[in-house]
Design a protein around this ligand. Structure first.
Ligand SMILES: *[C@@H]1O[C@H](CO)[C@@H](O)[C@H](O)[C@H]1NC(C)=O
Length: 318
């Protein structure tokens, strides 16, 4: 190539239109990359953390070892309680805490997660793969069978009033109205077909490289699954699409407040119920004398990941 041509080309002054175009592109590129970088950086240092505000307090049976909680409309809650000999399914009046109807369980069973799908309450039990389905109106056990109840009674004279699930244990249950979500104390969030009671999908719940173990009571809220993490004062907001933790809700003040008020026998925070109609969120705990209506707000103060690890993630704690 003729060097004089090259130098002529190299030093040729570009027309103003080209210059403007280059400047515009450069600015756009800077904008995109700084946006991306700030997003990456904020992901690293600023998790989605929420605090709470208590807007109402209601009485709660302090003998109820709460393992499952849900709101069923009309100011009624359904609750499943644990402990051998004290396990039950109950319907509770929200405002008075009064137990309106109760089904006590056989002493061999330790009640765990509970959810409502249509007219049916689904309950799982601790250390067993056995679950029960109840009619929500009278707590009579519903035959768990893929066949219609009638056919089933003719085929097998003894009516089977329980089901066997495929999780490792029975801890939490929730429903979006179509499937059941289940937890078993590991980091797995299960999806279960309510007809066959078979696991259809499962995801490991993760937060930045940590597997979140001890997933306990579950609630389906606005497309997310919210989970109590056992032995912590944290609720994880989980994507059921991929198991990612979308945010953390910190509630240490509730338990601490109860203990400071002299309730030394209380156990952990457990129990989330959502009133989708009035957008009311309720939480309680095992043997707590109170049930709280709360509102969740993003924390203004920046929270480090190390604090989340310390408060909410039970790695090696037990
Ligand atoms: C419970 O209620 C359902 C209807 O909701 C009814 O079909 C069933 O027979 C009732 N069971 C008992 C034991 O009363």
């Amino acid at each position: 190539m003729d060097p004089s041509r090259l130098s002529r080309f190299t030093y040729k002054k570009p027309p103003p239109v080209v210059l403007i175009f280059v400047v515009v592109c450069f600015v756009a590129l800077l904008g995109v990359s700084s946006n991306t970088w700030s997003k990456l950086a904020s992901n690293k240092t600023k998790p989605n953390v929420y605090g709470i505000e208590v807007v109402n307090e209601f009485p709660h049976d302090h003998r109820a070892f709460t393992q499952g909680l849900l709101y069923a409309g009309n100011n009624k809650l359904y609750e499943s309680t644990g402990l051998y000999g004290r396990s039950s399914v109950r319907r509770v009046a929200l405002e008075t805490g009064e137990v309106e109807e109760i089904k006590t369980m056989e002493h061999a069973y330790f009640g765990e997660g509970l959810t409502l799908l249509g007219e049916r309450l689904f309950q799982v039990t601790w250390l067993k793969k056995t679950g029960f389905i109840y009619d929500r109106n009278n707590f009579s056990k519903v035959c768990a069978s893929p066949f219609s109840a009638e056919i089933f009674i003719y085929i097998i004279p003894l009516q089977v009033q329980e089901f066997t699930h495929q999780m490792k244990d029975g801890w939490g249950l929730a429903s979006d109205g179509k499937v059941l979500f289940g937890s078993d104390g590991t980091s797995t969030l299960y999806q279960i077909d309510p007809q066959t009671l078979k696991v259809t999908r499962q995801h490991i719940v993760k937060y930045k490289g940590h597997q979140i173990r001890y997933l306990n009571e579950l609630e389906f809220i606005n497309g997310e699954v919210w989970a109590n993490v056992w032995q912590t004062d944290c609720i994880a907001r989980i994507s059921h699409e991929n198991g990612m933790v979308l945010g953390w809700i910190l509630l240490p003040h509730l338990r601490e407040g109860l203990v400071a008020a002299g309730n030394h026998a209380i156990d952990v925070l457990n129990g989330i119920a959502w009133d989708g109609e009035k957008k009311r969120l309720f939480v309680t705990g095992k043997l707590w004398p109170k049930l709280y209506e709360i509102k969740v707000h993003p924390l203004k103060k920046q929270v480090d990941d190390s604090l989340i690890e310390q408060l909410c993630i039970s790695d090696g704690r037990l």
